[in-house]
Design a protein around this ligand. Structure first.
Ligand code: IPD
Length: 272
C-alpha cells in the first residue's frame, strides 16, 4: 500500500505539473472519443520505471502498454490517468490508480492486496490493504448505511462506443426516476472511492477494465462496500455494482431486470 501510494503521488506530480493549458489527444482506442494523451503515456512510463526498480520480479498491467508478466505472483494494475476526458478538458476529477494483485490480473479471479487512488488536482488520496481497512488521507473511511433506492445518490459512467451508450442510456432512463439522483463524475476509480467515503450511496457501471477497478475496488470493499457483478458474477467488464450490501441487492435486481449487462436486448437482436 505504501509503495502504491508513493508511486501514485510521484505520477500525480508529473501529471499536474506537466499539464499544458490545452491538452492534445495523442491517440484514440475503442472509438474516436476514447482518447489517450501524451501524459497518459508519460505517467504510465514513470509508474512502470518506479515499480520495476523497487519490485523487479513483479508483473505490471497498465492501461496504455498492456501486460508485462512477472515471476513473483504479484502484478501491479495501473491506470496512469483515470478520467482522461476530464484531464483533456481541465475538469478537476482525474486520478492515478495503482493496485497490487495476486493471481491472473483479471477481476474474475484476482485477489487485490492493496491499492491507492490519488486524485491529481486536489490531492485526495485513498488507500487500502486487504484486511486492514480503507483510508482517505490517512483517516479511516466507511460507506453510508443502506437507504432505500429512492433516497440513494447513484454514480455511474458510460462507455465510448455508440452501441454501448444506446444500451446505457436505456438503463439510466429507467433508473433515474427511481433514485435520489445520478452522478457521472468521469473517473470510475474516483466514483468507487467517493462511494467508500459516503459521497455516493451506490455505483454501477458496465464496461470497466481491470485498471479502472483494481485499486478502487479494494478501497470500497475495505470501507464496507459489497462490490459485485450481475447474476452471481464477480465485478468486471460485464457489470460492476457497489454499495452497502442491501442497496447492492436492490440495485442488482433492478439492473438484472433491465438486462443492463446486455448491449442489445432481445427485441433489438430480433430486428438484427
Ligand atoms: C474511464 C473513466 C470513466 C468510465 C470509463 C473509463 P479512462 O477511464 O473511468 O469514468 O466511465 O468507463 O474507461 O479512459 O479515463 O482511463
Amino acid at each position: 500500500m505504501a509503495l502504491a501510494e508513493r508511486v501514485a503521488r510521484e505520477a500525480g506530480t508529473l501529471v499536474r505539473e506537466g499539464r499544458p493549458r490545452r491538452v492534445d489527444v495523442a491517440a484514440t482506442k475503442s472509438s474516436p472519443i476514447d482518447v489517450v494523451t501524451a501524459m497518459d503515456l508519460a505517467s504510465e512510463a514513470l509508474i512502470r520505471r518506479s515499480l520495476a526498480s523497487e519490485r523487479p520480479q513483479d508483473g505490471i498491467l497498465g492501461e496504455e502498454e498492456g501486460l508485462v508478466a512477472g515471476t513473483s505472483g504479484v502484478t501491479w494494475v495501473v491506470d496512469p490517468i483515470d478520467g482522461t476526458v476530464n484531464y483533456l478538458y481541465g475538469i478537476p476529477a482525474y486520478a492515478v490508480s495503482i493496485a497490487a494483485v495476486t493471481g491472473t490480473p483479471d477481476p474474475a479471479t484476482w485477489t487485490v492486496l492493496a491499492g491507492c487512488v490519488h486524485a491529481v488536482e486536489d490531492g485526495r488520496t485513498w488507500t487500502a490493504a486487504l484486511g486492514h481497512g480503507a483510508f482517505l488521507d490517512g483517516a479511516p473511511i466507511r460507506v453510508n448505511d443502506a437507504r432505500p433506492l429512492a433516497e440513494s445518490l447513484v454514480g455511474t459512467g458510460f462507455g465510448y462506443t455508440e452501441r454501448r451508450r444506446v444500451a446505457q442510456a436505456r438503463v439510466v432512463a429507467d433508473l433515474l426516476p427511481r433514485v435520489r439522483d445520478i452522478r457521472r463524475i468521469g473517473s470510475a476509480a474516483m466514483d468507487l472511492c467517493t462511494l467508500a467515503g459516503g459521497g455516493l450511496d451506490a455505483y454501477y457501471e458496465r464496461g470497466l477494465s481491470p485498471w479502472d477497478l483494481a485499486a478502487a475496488a479494494i478501497v470500497a470493499t475495505e470501507a464496507g462496500a459489497t462490490v459485485t457483478g450481475l447474476r452471481g458474477a464477480p465485478a468486471g467488464q460485464a457489470m460492476t455494482v457497489a454499495g452497502p450490501a442491501e442497496t447492492v441487492g436492490r440495485l442488482v435486481a433492478l439492473l438484472e431486470g433491465l438486462d443492463a449487462d446486455d448491449d442489445a436486448p432481445a427485441e433489438q437482436d430480433a430486428v438484427g
